[in-house]
Design a binder for this molecule. Structure first.
Ligand code: GTB
Length: 213
């Protein structure tokens, strides 16, 4: 059955891979599943046809036969459950990888999004100068904890898993700030994720969309 995902027809990041379709593309590449992409404009995101797929009017979505999903955590989990390569066959290792997926999107991503929002979208507010360092420190608290746990391991829990895929994807969003580079092992962890051939293919595919004439 054909898998179709949605992505911005022109991502505001110009192809840096920061929009969330990249993590879904990456998961599909890791498990060698071909997919099609339907590009959606910002206006179309809020129109009924897209809202029927995604109640919050966002990308990405995932369609496969009569199944339609939204939320990257659920989409990547679905891909990882259905195809070998992202979750261990060992039940406990699998449960731990899923735990890391939740940690990425529930514990690490929220302060990163607060920071990005404060820095990019609230910079003109009178309180921005006080808020930015505060939220930057909230990011540092989590990155320090994550850095301590990772230590000098290659991945978070043994072999590369959907947990690493989500964690690396989330960490990429904060790298432009320079904060990630304060934690050398996390910066190297993210670089290992990016070096994976599946990530490279996913990145190239979104770049091609976002740099087309
Ligand atoms: N929790 C949802 C998920 O994980 O799927 C969040 C989905 C989401 O935030 N989608 C964003 C979206 O559709 C795109 S990824 N926004 C449009 C809207 O809400 O109207 C977020 C994003 C957007 C742009 C950049 N960028 O340009 O750097 C990076 C990330």
């Amino acid at each position: 059955m054909t898998i179709t995902i949605t992505a911005f027809d022109r991502s505001p990041d110009g192809g840096k891979g920061l929009a969330r379709d990249t993590r879904v593309r990456w998961a599909l590449e890791e498990v060698a599943q071909p997919y099609e992409v339907r590009l959606v404009s910002f206006r179309a995101l809020k129109e009924p046809a897209h809202l029927a797929l995604h109640p919050f009017g966002q990308i990405p979505t995932y369609e496969e036969g009569d199944l339609a999903l939204f939320e990257t955590g659920a989409i990547v989990f679905h891909i990882a459950e259905r195809h070998a390569g992202l979750l261990s066959k060992d039940a406990n290792a699998r449960a731990r990888a899923i735990t890391w997926m939740f940690a990425a999107i529930n514990t690490i991503e929220p302060p990163i999004l607060e920071y990005v929002t404060a820095k990019l979208f609230e910079a003109d507010k009178p309180w921005a100068q006080q808020r930015v360092p505060l939220v930057a420190d909230r990011v540092r608290v989590r990155l320090q904890q994550l850095s301590s746990r990772l230590g000098d391991a290659e991945w978070l829990d043994g072999a590369f898993s959907a947990g690493d895929l989500m964690m690396v994807s989330v960490l990429l969003r904060v790298r432009p700030s320079g904060i990630l580079d304060e934690y050398a092992n996390l910066a190297a962890y993210v670089a290992r994720g990016e070096a994976r051939p599946a990530y490279q293919r996913a990145f190239a595919a979104q770049l091609a969309v976002n740099t087309r004439p």
